[in-house]
Design a protein around this ligand. Structure first.
Ligand code: NI
Length: 136
């Protein structure tokens, strides 16, 4: 089994909050990330796929194709956008890195299977020190 990871970066605004709660209560739960006037992060996304080596070509997935799928399905919908209000796959979800990782997984799983590879891990780094990994 071979694993291939592609790294992409995006900058996006968000606010983590529960709509029924006051700004004060949201601040207690989510800290600075619940700022009512939004703020942004420079995110790093790492997508790992797995599969078998094709004996004829010696590799298993064209990394350029992987890049295209990630960009089309995910990066274009997030980069320089407000993920709470502009990103269709985050609509109605609290904009945590946890929820983002699951949503990105759901966006990529089908298109990658259509390429004959299996999605293995979605890793999103909100800062250098905090990251989420989702394995489905
Ligand atoms: Ni934040």
């Amino acid at each position: 089994m071979i694993y291939l990871t592609r790294r992409e970066r995006f900058s996006a605004a968000h606010r983590m909050f529960r709509p029924g709660l006051s700004d004060e209560d949201n601040l207690k739960i989510y800290g600075k990330c619940s700022n009512p006037n939004w703020h942004g992060h420079n995110y790093v996304l790492k997508v790992t796929v797995r599969g078998e080596i094709d004996p004829d070509t010696g590799y298993f997935m064209n990394a350029t194709r992987l890049k295209e799928i990630i960009n089309e399905r995910v990066i274009e919908k997030l980069d320089h956008r407000n993920m709470n209000t502009e990103t269709d796959f985050m609509a109605g979800k609290i904009a945590t890195t946890e929820n983002l990782a699951v949503a990105v997984w759901d966006e990529l799983k089908g298109p990658l299977e259509a390429e004959g590879v299996t999605l293995h891990c979605v890793r999103i780094e909100e800062t250098e020190n905090n990251f989420i990994e989702y394995y489905g």
